[in-house]
Design a protein around this ligand. Structure first.
Ligand code: ATP
Ligand code: MG
Length: 262
């Protein structure tokens, strides 16, 4: 992999809140066109990692974080235009309609006005909201609000998409459509995607995954991880990702209880 393909590099990332350590020597790299899944239990540090990557939280001393080769947080303004972000909590204008929210953010991103309306229509179709585009957001269901939030993250065709639990509360059919789209833009447009999810069945769709519990406790290509566990357990069939996740998580917890590392 040539060096220019490196889109995100996180080294030695620790984060302490008071005397609570939320992240400990976290290491992540994401290459161009790669979908990286950050998978971990509640409170394992996924959103904290994303917030630091976006400059919303400050890392402890010693972290080395780069996005498109630029240091975070000092050089973030240079790369912000290339990043799309869907936060875990909805942060949209609830008294505006879906389409008004999209237009507002499209203007903010200064998207070429000739293509703007066509592209907004295209994105609305993708998230299946065309029919409801004039509905005020506070009258939309939770799933519809999340779909609007995803639409906004995609609006300026970012080169790096950061999605914090984008499929929560989204029905299975649409979740499938979202993942097909993520795979399409990563492979065809070279978009890199950092995604968190609690749906382990989805994680097999990532190119690489990292199980996180303050640090990356296991990292790899989903199928390789499944094969590795199959061999460890001498199992007759390939384990699903839920079994793989539980195995490494339990092993990690056991090691911590014994005072060591995995
Ligand atoms: N501002 C803060 N002050 C104190 N503790 C915090 C703060 N933000 C996060 N934490 C703590 O850091 C830990 C990691 O939180 P984080 O939100 O990153 O978890 P997460 O992996 O995203 O969890 P979830 O799957 O529930 O979204 C938690 O124990 C959380 O309570
Ligand atoms: Mg979170």
């Amino acid at each position: 992999m040539i060096k220019n393909d490196l889109v995100v590099s996180i080294h030695n990332l620790s984060k302490t809140f008071g005397d609570f350590k939320a992240l400990e020597d976290l290491e992540i790299t994401i290459n161009k066109g790669e979908i990286f899944g950050l998978i971990g239990p509640n409170g394992s540090g996924k959103t904290t990692t994303i917030n630091i990557l976006l400059g919303l939280l400050k890392a402890d001393h010693g972290a080395e974080i780069k996005v498109f080769g630029h240091s975070v947080p000092s050089e973030l303004p240079k790369v912000f235009p290339f990043i799309g972000y869907m936060p875990q909590d909805i942060s949209l204008y609830m008294d505006l309609s879906i389409i008004q929210n999209l237009r507002f953010f499209a203007n903010l991103y200064d998207i070429n006005s000739n293509n703007k309306m066509n592209y907004i229509d295209e994105i609305l179709e993708l998230v299946d909201l065309t029919e409801f585009k004039n509905r005020q957001l506070n009258k939309c269901s939770g799933g519809m609000q999340r779909r609007t939030s995803l639409a906004i993250a995609l609006l300026h065709k970012p080169k790096l998409l950061i999605l914090d639990e984008p499929t929560v509360g989204v029905d299975p059919d649409l979740r499938y459509v979202f993942w097909e789209y993520f795979k399409k833009i990563s492979k065809e447009q070279g978009t890199s995607i950092l995604i968190t999810t609690h749906y382990l069945a989805e994680s097999v769709k990532c190119d690489k995954i990292g199980f996180i519990n303050k640090k990356i406790i296991k990292y790899g290509i989903p199928l390789d991880l499944q094969n590795e566990l199959k061999t460890i357990n001498n199992a007759p069939k390939l384990p699903d990702m839920e079994e793989v996740f539980m195995y490494w998580n339990h092993k990690h917890k056991k090691a911590i209880n014994l005072g060591g590392n995995v």
